[in-house]
Design a protein around this ligand. Structure first.
Ligand code: ADP
Ligand code: MG
Length: 350
């Protein structure tokens, strides 16, 4: 797109040139879709009868990532957070577009960013089919497209009282790393590295989401903290269940999966990481107890650990309990960009 102040300055302020830049780093031949980068539109060919699943996420420097992050990690993460949304719907990823605002066309930066992006795309068999590029403060917008059989998408709205709450993988490490970077806690080398990897290279649970079709009653991916994201499921499911009133949940703190990087820390720090951490990109999902074996089989197929951490109850409210059944009180707010507008959290939420 031409910019409105074209008359006032050269058409393209980037030394490399907008079109060279696209050709060199983002124009790759497509094999699975009819038409990719280079024309006015891309053309996609979903399998006959499937629903198209579409999701988009925007990453802004200083708000979603630190200026010091390695460009390769940024390329990975920008796509990973989008794939995570498709995973949460049980959709199979097909293609994506990339909108980039760049302060300058830095060859080395672009090559590294593109390598992180393309490596994750290749790992999931999806293709970059288009985008937009402009000069401006570093901002990355990705839209992913996937497909899912009609009626089989996992939604936030299917949880009901009695359903088991599950979480995949090992949440909490990204928040742990962020606290160490901010200087509010000290981490030894291996834990710091585990946290950095979790923050910079989240692995979207695409295989698990697909395997949970027909098994899970609801699902969401963890981006803004477990309790906050669980709140979205309770809200959507409560609204969908009509007359039965608001929904709530019981979380058993002792059943939350604890990565070794979290060991040896005060319990309130561990719970803050696990319950309000953000940037986990694990799946939180529910299923009736009758599906316990099917959930474990889906996890085995996807080769991802899953843990039952509580239960949906008649609400309202979420109660966190210890092993003895005693209520643990804490202030574990989920992340909200506009409620904390004065204290942006670089790398801290999406
Ligand atoms: P238009 O002006 O029609 O929007 P552009 O000149 O912006 O087209 O882009 C030319 C082609 O390059 C289009 O096919 C577009 O999808 C693609 N493209 C632009 N930026 C990117 C990018 N960052 N990544 C992938 N494809 C891109
Ligand atoms: Mg354009």
């Amino acid at each position: 797109m031409a910019s409105f102040d074209d008359a006032a300055r050269p058409r393209c302020p980037m030394p490399l040139g907008e079109f060279d830049l696209i050709r060199r780093h983002f124009d790759r031949p497509v094999r699975r879709q009819p038409l990719g980068v280079g024309d006015d539109c891309a053309l996609l060919a979903p399998s006959p009868g499937q629903h198209l699943a579409v999701s988009t996420d925007l990453l802004v420097e200083g708000r979603h990532f630190l200026p010091t992050v390695a460009p390769q990690a940024l390329g990975h993460k920008a796509l990973a957070v989008n794939l995570s949304d498709l995973a949460a719907c049980g959709a199979e990823p097909m293609a994506y577009t990339l909108s980039l605002a760049l302060p300058r066309a830095d060859e080395a930066w672009l090559a590294s960013f593109a390598s992180g992006l393309h490596a994750l795309a290749d790992a999931h068999g999806i293709e970059l089919v288009g985008g937009d590029t402009t000069a401006g403060p570093l901002t990355i917008g990705i839209t992913v497209m996937g497909q899912v059989p009609p009626g089989q998408a996992l939604l936030r709205s299917g949880a009901r009282p009695g359903h088991v709450i599950w979480v995949s993988g090992w949440p909490g490490r990204a928040r742990l790393w962020l606290d160490a970077v901010r200087g509010t806690l000290r981490l030894e080398g291996a834990s710091f590295e585990a946290g950095r990897l979790a923050m910079e290279y989240p692995q979207p649970r695409v295989g698990l989401g697909r395997a949970l079709r027909g098994v899970a009653s609801s699902a969401i991916d963890l981006s803004d903290g477990l309790l906050g994201d669980l709140g979205h499921v309770l809200q959507r499911s409560g609204a969908a269940s009509g007359s039965s009133g608001p929904l709530g949940a019981r979380i058993d703190a002792h059943r939350l999966p604890r990565h070794p990087a979290l060991s040896g820390l005060p319990e309130e720090v561990v719970l803050a990481c696990l319950l309000a951490g953000g940037d986990d990109y694990e799946l939180l999902f529910t299923a009736p107890p009758s599906q316990d074996a099917a959930v474990l089989e889906a996890a085995r197929q996807a080769d991802v650990a899953v843990h039952p951490i509580g239960q949906i109850v008649e609400g309202p409210g979420v109660e966190v309990r210890d092993a003895a059944g005693r209520r643990i009180d804490g202030r574990w707010a989920g992340f909200d960009h506009f409620q904390v507008a004065s204290s942006a959290v670089p790398g801290g939420a999406s």
